[in-house]
Design a protein around this ligand. Structure first.
Ligand SMILES: [Zn+2]
Ligand SMILES: [Zn+2]
Length: 332
């Protein structure tokens, strides 16, 4: 499977761009046909297994099956994989808002992959496509483009922006050669990308193992898997997806961007600073999204910590009252 992936990645880099967006890219990196039943089954599993895990965890909790270590596993891995997405996949790999060492690239790449939001290259390409076409027809997850009138139209559009788009080929078939040629050309990032299944499994086995170490029974392992694995993935998924749905619907617009992006305090807190989404659409390459002291942006605090420790350099930041950048200038 991995040999096939190598071959595909190399052939993509040398072949001329062709008109069909991503039909033979992205997913094939794992040897899975883009419209194959295995891929569809995996996608359904990734989206529906975590809520099932939440349900089982709640029933277990009701029956008294819960230990402090389960909450610690949930919180620590939520923050670690959340920062993997916000600081790693988003601000570093997609928007190139700072530079860092190979060790930090590996760490953030692996942690972001453990969030199970898709492989690195596909995530970057999809998000850059969102910036390039935000709230236009080619935006993969806009709650506005093509919206039908009335409340039912609004609800359907919100569901589409939140999770529905994941089931539509025209929204998920994003061409990496068009949107992420730099990722395809980066051997280290492609290695992290190809090993995606390994990181996914590690992110589930690790909390199960810690749960078992604390209590060496199948119950110990199961509780670790539930809280550090499935409940955590559920939270990271829905908080990230809320940036796509809620932050293009509700909140304030500090900057006059040519899309519907909003600043939303609550998503800002939960999504580790990513809820200052209008600021982000105005200044996509800024490592800092919360531009005022009261706009809590924990991902920015982490980048500052990396910079102070000498692990981040060339950090780009925006001014709170600057002129918004044009939509094509998103660091791609
Ligand atoms: Zn957006
Ligand atoms: Zn972005």
């Amino acid at each position: 499977m991995l040999r096939g992936a190598n071959f595909l990645a190399e052939s993509f880099m040398s072949s001329p761009a062709h008109s069909h967006p991503g039909k033979d890219l992205g997913y094939d990196v794992y040897g899975v046909p883009p419209d194959g039943s295995l891929w569809k089954a995996l996608r359904i599993l990734v989206i529906f297994l975590p809520p099932l895990g939440v349900l089982v965890a709640m029933v277990a909790l009701w029956g008294g099956w819960f230990r402090p270590v389960d909450f610690a596993l949930f919180a620590v891995i939520y923050l670690a994989t959340g920062f993997g997405i916000t600081v790693g996949f988003h601000r570093l790999f997609t928007h190139r808002s700072f530079k860092t060492s190979p060790a930090v690239v590996w760490t953030l790449g692996i942690l972001g992959s453990m969030a199970i939001e898709g492989p690195l290259g596909w995530w970057v390409a999809t998000h850059r496509r969102h910036h390039r076409h935000s709230d236009e027809a080619d935006d993969p997850h806009s709650p506005h483009a093509g919206r039908l009138p009335g409340w039912s139209g609004k609800l359907k559009a919100l569901l589409h922006a939140h999770v529905g788009w994941s089931f539509r080929g025209d929204c998920t078939d994003t061409d990496l050669r068009r949107y992420a040629p730099d990722i395809l050309a980066d051997e280290r990032l492609m290695k992290i990308n190809r090993l995606f299944p390994v990181w996914v499994i590690a992110g589930l086995v690790l909390p199960a193992f810690v749960g078992w170490l604390v209590e060496p029974t199948w119950r110990g392992a199961l509780l670790g898997l539930l809280w550090g694995g499935l409940v955590r993935v559920f939270m990271v998924h829905h908080v990230t997806w809320s940036v796509n749905s809620i932050c293009h619907m509700w909140g304030s617009r500090d900057h006059d961007t040519d899309d519907e992006s909003r600043n939303n305090f609550w998503v800002g807190v939960l999504a580790l600073g990513e809820g200052w989404h209008n600021n982000h659409h105005a200044f996509p390459t800024s490592a800092r999204h919360g531009l005022h002291w009261w706009q809590l942006d924990t991902s920015w605090l982490l980048i500052r910590l990396l910079a102070v420790s000498g692990l981040a350099r060339d950090v780009k930041t925006a001014k709170p009252h600057g002129t918004p950048l044009p939509r094509h200038d998103s660091g791609a």
